[in-house]
Each structure stands twice: as C-alpha cells, then as structure tokens.
Design a binder for this molecule. Sequence first.
Ligand code: MG
Length: 385
Amino acid sequence: MNASKPEVVSPDLGIVVVAAGASRRFGCEKLSLVVAGKTVLEHAVTCLRQAYPQAPLVVVVRREQLPSWQSRFPYAQVVAGGDFRQDSVRRGVEALKLPPQGLVVIHDGARPFVPVRDVQAVVAAAQEVGAAILVAPVADTLKEVDTQGQVVATVPRERLVRSLTPQAFRRSLLEEAWQGAEGRTWTDEAALLEALGHPVKTVPGDAGNLKVTYPEDVRLLRGLFPPSFRVGQGIDVHPFAPGRKLILAGVEIPWELGLAGHSDADVVLHAVTDALLGACGAGDIGEHFPPTDPRWAGVSSDVFVRFALKQAAQAGWELTHCDVTVLLEKPRLSPYRQAMVENLAALLGLTPSVVNVKATTTEGMGFVGRREGVVALAVVSLVGS
Ligand code: MG
C-alpha cells in the first residue's frame, strides 16, 4: 500500500454493493449481463474491492438470486435485500457490523466502472465531514418541458451535478438519519442526510461511471473496457474405411478410402466445431450432436459448424481467425488446400486470408503413419463484441 495514501483498514471501513433492484427499465436481468468477461455486478464489486481489498464487503441481492450470486463472491457476505433500495442498503449496513465511527461505502451494483482513485477520494472526503458522494458535471443543456413535450424553460446547469456512487457515510450518522426518517422514502442516503440538514461533501468523479439503466447503455459500457479475446482449440480423429467419401473442410477429395463416422465424418469441420464451442464455453460436439441420434446420420458437417457459430454469437463472441492442421500420411492435400481454405472461410463468414489449412504426415509413425486414420486440429480466435 502506498504510504502517502494510507488505506482505511477494516473494521473501520466496510463496503455495501446494492444489487437487489428488479431491472424494470432495462427489461431483463441487467446485473447478470456479461461485458468483457464479467457480469455487470462482478465488475461493480471488483472496482470497490480493488480500492480496499481488505475491507469487509456485503453484496445485497434479491432473495431468489442468493444461491447463484453467493458462489460468485466467496470473499463477500451475500445477503437478501428488501422491497426498496433503502431497505436493501440498511440490511447491507447491518450485516457489516461496523463500529459507530466506521465508514460505510455504498455502491450501486449497476455501476460497473468506477476508478480506484474515485473510490478513495470519496472515502477521504467522508472521513473529514462524515458524508460524501461522487458527482459528475452535467454536460447537456437542460430543458424543462410540459406534459405535451413543449419546452417551458432552459434550466441553468451551473449549479447542477449528477449524483454517482459510491457514496460514503459515517455509520453513526446513517443510523441517526434512519431513526429520524421512519416511514419516509428516499432515492439515496445522501438525499436523506440533506433533508435532515447534514452537510454532504461532493467529490468530482469520472464521467464514465455510468449506471446501466437502459439496454443502449451497454454499448457505451463496452467501450470502457479493453476488448476481450478468446482462443478455442479442437481435435478430432476418424479412421479410414472403404466405401466412404473422403471429405475434409467440406471438400471431397478423390481417394480410395474415406473416413468412417456417423455423419459425413469431416474430421476438419468437427475439430473447428469443437474449437468454437470451446472458446465460448459451450461444451463439445458429442454433447450437442450425439452419434446415437439418427438425425445426424450422414449429415453434412457444416450443420455442426453453423450451430457452434450461433452459440458463439449468442454469447457475444465474433470469430476473427481459424487455423487447421491435418495429420495424414496419404493422400497429399496440397492440390486441395486452396479449395479447403475457401470453403472453410465461406462457411465461417471470414475472408480467406484469416483462414489457414495445413497438412503434415507423421513420418510413418503411429496410426496416422500406418494410414489407419486422419487427425485434425483446429485453433480459433474470437473477440468479445
Ligand atoms: Mg468427429
């Protein structure tokens, strides 16, 4: 820890991340949405934890979601929230069991991006005056409108700021405010303290600290995180058999033997399918297309690749590259290599320059060397979209 910026150590400081809202304006469960490899809520919790790794931390979630979130935050207490945000905050603060002079840092679980320096700055301000919030300037001109949508007035914005989180409060002050406000509702704890006449210090924060409220916010949010990458690998083996076609990467190769298998036995497309499924954590080809299922008998293997591409797209991944190695003793693949690349590229929706197919023998060794079968290995790269 930097000596010039001493961390307030537990038990004097505790963190509450509030995530018990119903995501009504968003339309689906926004806190579970994955951005750059983590859910929105995991990003929010991580930001606070990075600022104070040793501080006790409580995550307040909806009761029915307790089991799923508990396993994601093994270092935190995960507790059930109440009907209103203020009830959830209170449950979180009570679970922390801080001494009266302790500082509670309250953060909204739908704010997945807050710099460590902002968290520490708001804590430093609250240590001075007992209550502090992060704020950002209002950049747009503000208009007051009537119920018909007509402009009534331009609102001067010089003295207006947007209220962000985290907000930090001395615990005794919060308790006092709660006692004085029984039966009332408030949108955040700072509003409650203001209403009771207690000074609340504002601290300028990063304008990128946005609250995920509407689906379009996710697009902005994705721009705040570095792009994420995935690599998937797949391998498949099929034995040679008489009376079968030899199909590799969708290209029929004239040869005295083909490959045995339930489908068309395209070992290359099977390896590519597994690489794609692997990259997006979606299991393997055998799980989705069991060889016991008559629907896949003799089927062209591009069906499997299309399915895997769809899985990747649904998980937010876009394929950017594919590299395949085929291990076989005979026949020589070089006359068909270009056709295989072009066919695979078209199937994957990629330009041929980012698709590669190569072949090697095993110098006569092993089952490949004995011409018993073919091995295909595939590697794919994907970027998070
Ligand atoms: Mg196979």
